[in-house]
Design a protein around this ligand. Structure first.
Ligand SMILES: NC(=O)C1=CN([C@@H]2O[C@H](COP(=O)(O)OP(=O)(O)OC[C@H]3O[C@@H](n4cnc5c(N)ncnc54)[C@H](OP(=O)(O)O)[C@@H]3O)[C@@H](O)[C@H]2O)C=CC1
Ligand SMILES: Nc1nc2c(ncn2[C@@H]2O[C@H](COP(=O)(O)O)[C@@H](O)[C@H]2O)c(=O)[nH]1
Length: 329
C-alpha cells in the first residue's frame, strides 16, 4: 500500500460481479489447501477459550474443517495431540513464547508427539521471542506447519517468514472483544482489510486474516485482498456447542464471549487488552458452517469462477460505509 491514508475496512468494500459460469452454486468449490492438507472452508475458528474446546476441535477435524486448539489449558495439550493422532485426525495446537512454552515444545518433540500444525499465539508477534520460537519448532519438528502472529505490517510478515514461519496471521486489535486500540492507540482496527492487503502483497507464504469478520461476505473480501484463510471469533461464538457460559437475561439466553487478554481469561487485571460480551444464543455451529459454505459458494459464482481462486481476481470499489445502507441481516 503506497498511501496509508487511503485505507478501508470490510464495510467499505463491494466486490464487482463477473459473468456466472456455473449452473448451480452447489458446483462452486470452497476447499482450501494449507501446507499438506486440504480443508472444506478457508475459515478457522479463533483459538480462544469461549470459541473452541476439544470436542469442537474433534468435530471440525472429523468433518474436514481446519481448527486450531487454544493454549489456555496448557497441561492438556500433549494428551490432546495423542488423542487426535489415535483417531487418525490432525493435531493443531497453539503455543506462547515464554520459557515454559519452549520446555513444552522440547517435551513433545522428545516424546515424538509431533502436531501437524502449531500456531504461535501472542498479541505483538513482530518480536524476537516469536522468531526464537519459530526457529525452535522448526529445528525440532521441521515437518510441523508453523503459523506465527499476530502482526500488522509487511516488515513483520517478511521477518517471520524468513525465520521459518509457514504462514503469518494478520490482525492487531480488530477483534470484537478487543480493546487494544483504545488501551494502546495501536492496531489495524478500522482498517483491517487494508492491512490484510498490504501484508499479503509482501508475503511469499499464506496469510491468515484474523479479526473483524462480521459477515460471511467478509470472507470473500479477505480472499480478494490476498488472505488464504480467515480466523473468526464472534461469528462462531454463542452456538449450542460453544464453550462460553450460558447466561439468562429477562428470559432470553445469551452466551459469554471474552478476549484472550481479558481479566476473565487471565484471572487478574494486568495488561488487560480484552473484554467480555454477551451474545444472543445461536443455533448449532454445524448450521452456521453450512450457511457459510453456501454463502461462499455464492460469492464464487458472483466472481465468475468455480473455486476460491476466482475471488482473488475480481474488481472492487471502495465506498465508505456502503454495505449496510441502513439495513441489518
Ligand atoms: N490479535 C490481537 O490483536 C491481540 C490478541 N491478544 C491475545 O491475547 C492473548 C494473550 O496475548 P499475550 O499477552 O501476548 O500473551 P502472553 O501473556 O503469553 O505474552 C507473551 C509474551 O509477550 C510479552 N508481551 C505481550 N505483549 C507485549 C508487548 N506489547 N510488548 C512486549 N512484550 C509483550 C509478554 O510479557 P509481559 O506480559 O510481561 O509483557 C510475554 O512474555 C493471546 O491469545 C493473543 O492472541 C491480545 C491482544 C491483542
Ligand atoms: N486485542 C485483543 N484481541 C483479541 C483478544 N482475544 C482475542 N483477540 C483477537 O480477536 C480475534 C477474533 O476476532 P473477532 O472479530 O472475529 O471476534 C482473535 O482471533 C484474536 O486475534 C483480546 O483479548 N484482545
Amino acid at each position: 500500500m503506497n498511501n496509508l491514508n487511503s485505507v478501508f475496512d470490510y464495510e467499505d468494500i463491494q466486490l464487482i460481479p463477473n459473468k456466472c459460469i456455473i449452473n448451480s452454486r452447489s458446483e462452486a468449490d470452497t476447499h482450501v489447501t494449507l501446507g499438506n492438507y486440504t480443508f472444506k472452508l478457508p475459515v478457522v475458528p479463533a483459538n480462544m477459550q469461549t470459541i473452541i474446546d476439544e470436542d469442537i476441535a474433534e468435530m471440525l477435524a472429523k468433518e474436514g474443517y481446519f481448527y486450531i486448539m487454544h493454549r489456555f489449558e496448557a497441561e492438556n495439550r500433549a494428551a490432546f495431540i495423542k488423542k487426535m493422532h489415535q483417531q487418525g485426525l490432525i493435531a493443531s495446537i497453539s503455543v506462547g513464547v515464554k520459557a515454559d512454552e519452549h520446555a513444552f515444545i522440547r517435551e513433545i518433540s522428545a516424546d515424538a508427539l509431533i502436531p501437524e500444525f502449531i500456531t504461535i499465539d501472542i498479541a505483538h508477534g513482530h518480536a524476537d521471542s516469536v522468531i526464537k520460537t519459530i526457529q525452535l519448532i522448526k529445528r525440532l519438528m521441521p515437518q510441523t506447519f508453523v503459523i506465527a502472529g499476530n502482526v500488522g505490517t509487511p516488515e513483520a510478515v517478511r521477518e517471520l517468514e524468513n525465520a521459518g514461519a509457514d504462514a503469518t496471521k494478520v490482525g492487531i486489535g480488530p477483534g470484537k472483544v478487543c480493546i487494544t486500540k483504545v488501551k494502546t492507540g495501536f492496531g489495524t482496527g478500522g482498517w483491517q482489510l487494508a492491512a490484510v492487503k498490504w501484508c499479503a502483497k509482501a508475503a511469499s507464504k499464506p496469510v491468515i486474516a484474523d479479526g473483524g469478520i462480521r459477515t460471511h461476505g467478509d470472507i470473500a473480501k479477505s480472499i480478494r485482498m490476498g488472505a488464504t484463510m480467515v480466523m473468526v471469533g464472534s461469528l462462531f461464538a454463542a452456538h449450542e456447542e460453544s464453550p462460553g457460559q450460558t447466561v439468562e437475561r429477562d428470559g432470553q439466553l445469551f452466551k459469554e464471549y471474552f478476549g484472550s487478554a481479558s481479566e476473565y481469561q487471565k484471572g487478574e487485571h494486568k495488561n488487560v487488552e480484552g473484554k467480555k460480551i454477551l451474545l444472543p444464543h445461536k443455533g448449532s455451529l454445524k448450521d452456521t458452517l453450512k450457511e457459510m459454505e453456501e454463502d461462499l459458494q455464492s460469492s464464487i459464482s458472483y466472481a465468475g469462477g468455480r473455486d476460491l481462486s476466482a475471488l482473488t481476481k475480481v474488481d472492487y470499489v471502495v465506498v465508505k460505509n456502503s454495505i449496510w445502507n441502513g439495513d441489518a441481516i
